[in-house]
Design a protein around this ligand. Sequence first.
Ligand code: ZN
Length: 61
Amino acid sequence: MGDVVPFRKPTASERHKGKTLCRSGFHRWEVVKGNPFDVKTGKLVTRYRCARCGATRVETR
Ligand SMILES: [Zn+2]
C-alpha cells in the first residue's frame, strides 16, 4: 500500500505556523470536494476543512 490518502498531512512546522490563528478562530477553511448531500439532514451542504489544523465544519445552504 502506498500513498492512497487523498489529504496531504501538514508537517509539524506548517501546523505550528497557523496554530495561533486557528486557536483564535481564524481557520483556513478549504472546501472539501465530495458528496454535498448531508444524509442526516437531507440538505445540500458545503463541507470545509481547515488546511492547518484539520478541523471541519459544515455549512447548510
Ligand atoms: Zn484551523
